[in-house]
Design a protein around this ligand. Structure first.
Ligand code: AMP
Length: 442
């Protein structure tokens, strides 16, 4: 019951209006210390109810402020526009019986309209770091009166290169009395540095331990020969599985676009979401997917960050995520609230070792599945180490004399002029690429 928390009656009324019967584990753990004014470091993923876990104590402190002031009194910083928009919606729902005003500052929206909104001094400002810094540089706002500073998905903000922006914004909020930091994963050294720099004697709550992966989600792997084979497998799965909504994760924008193109050509009602899509397209993609007009979304991790979509019951990892935490984050979107979910990872030979490390990290063995009609030649490594990784895959030492000779012999007939760019064959062997930079993740 939410009445267990010392929350203002207007907030309890809003919670009742929303039909939230029981607080989620992250709410039970985080709301009391946040109400006491403690700094928090919380590891919890999208779907855990983390937004309410920080919004309810924040709104409580704003309502309870003895002398209501017209200043920007709190700042919520998060990585993507979509997450910012979703958070604004949550603020509006929880603050519907209060006079608390909120505003949004994100890229992709009109700069001057935002500056005008900032002049009205919202109590809660919800922002992405890049645009907030631009507005700060333009002198549109002052953060000196911010009392509560909240970082949501701090790990992802750091992944996106916002470390400096976070540092600057933290300095601007020098007078704050409380800082709450939420991340989906436990993060690495960069996150530890931020935690040490911005939090004072924080309470550390770890909510999305591996054990919290929904037990109702089946986890399967299907081996594939190459990306083209993976594309055929995706098409087969989308045509033959029973699902309400499916999301397919790729590690690169290029692969997301390519797969999307194939699906649309095959008359699947799909959308693609990645960092290069403009704001209008992104909004439309999310809306149509949420409403069920499109049942298939192809996305990169960054673009899909923070999406909370009802009825998502099929997740396909076209590429294996790069860490166990990221896997949990992707898969955690299915099988919510006891509903059945299915997570399928497509595994080429170069995904195998990553897949087996994730299995060990999760202390689980994924179900091996074969689709008869599309059985390829790769069925996993011939020999396995005790760890489950492929045996005998040690890299050859570069500079082995015999190899150098062989390579030189092969190069001889080349007619390429000395300074001509060499065509680099992409990892997937699909198309020769004339680029040196690796494809950006998002
Ligand atoms: P979040 O993890 O904050 O993205 O929340 C995921 C979804 O769960 C949002 O749609 C929330 O409105 C909803 N939610 C949060 N807390 C509760 C609760 N205690 N009971 C039911 N739904 C909730």
């Amino acid at each position: 019951m939410f009445t267990q928390f010392a929350l203002h009656e207007r907030l309890l009324k809003a919670v009742a209006e929303l039909n939230f019967a029981e607080p989620t584990p992250v709410q039970v753990a985080a709301i009391p210390p946040a109400l006491e004014g403690r700094d928090l470091r919380v590891t919890a993923q999208t779907g855990s109810g983390k937004t309410a876990a920080f919004l309810l104590p924040l709104l409580n402190s704003l309502i309870g402020d003895a002398k209501p002031r017209v200043e920007i009194r709190s700042l919520i910083l998060l990585p993507t526009r979509e997450l910012a928009q979703q958070t604004l919606k949550e603020v509006e729902r929880f603050s519907q019986f209060t006079f608390v005003k909120s505003g949004l500052v994100t890229g992709g929206e009109d700069f001057k309209v935002q500056a005008a909104m900032l002049r009205k001094l919202p109590d809660i400002l919800i922002a992405t770091p890049g645009r907030l810094i631009e507005q700060l540089n333009a002198g549109s706002l002052d953060l000196k009166a911010v009392q509560v500073l909240i970082f949501d998905e701090a790990d992802r903000m750091l992944d996106m290169g916002f470390a400096e922006a976070i540092e600057r914004i933290t300095v601007e909020c020098a007078n704050r009395r409380q800082t709450l930091l939420f991340s989906a994963t436990t993060g690495g050294a960069a996150l530890r540095e931020v935690v040490a720099g911005v939090l004072r004697d924080p309470v550390h709550l770890k909510l999305n331990s591996v054990g919290e992966l929904s037990e109702t989600t089946r986890q399967q792997v299907i081996t594939a020969d190459d990306p083209m084979h993976k594309e055929r497998l995706v098409q087969w799965l989308l045509s033959n599985e029973t699902y309400q909504k499916a999301i397919i994760f790729t590690n690169t924008r290029a692969q997301a676009d390519r797969l999307y193109g194939h699906l649309v050509a095959d008359e699947f009602k799909a959308f693609v979401l990645h960092g290069e899509k403009d704001q209008k397209d992104r909004k439309l993609a999310i809306e149509r997917f949420s409403q069920g007009a499109n049942r298939v979304l192809v996305a990169t991790d960054v673009a899909a960050r923070g999406l909370d979509i009802d009825g998502l019951d099929l997740v396909i990892n076209f590429d294996m995520p790069r860490s166990g935490d990221e896997y949990v984050h992707r898969i955690g979107r299915t099988g919510r609230a006891g509903a059945d979910g299915l997570a399928i990872s497509l595994i080429c030979h170069n995904d195998w070792n990553l897949m087996s490390s994730i299995e060990r990290y999760l202390k689980q063995r994924f179900e091996r599945r074969v689709i008869k009609e599309l059985k390829g030649s790769y069925q996993g490594p011939k020999n396995l180490k005790a760890s489950g990784k492929a045996a005998g895959t040690k890299k050859k030492k570069i500079g082995d004399k015999k190899d150098v000779k062989k390579a030189a012999a092969k190069r001889k007939p080349s007619a390429r002029p000395n300074n001509a760019p060499s065509a680099v064959v992409s990892q997937d062997g699909l198309a020769p690429l004339k680029r040196k930079k690796p494809a950006s993740a998002d």
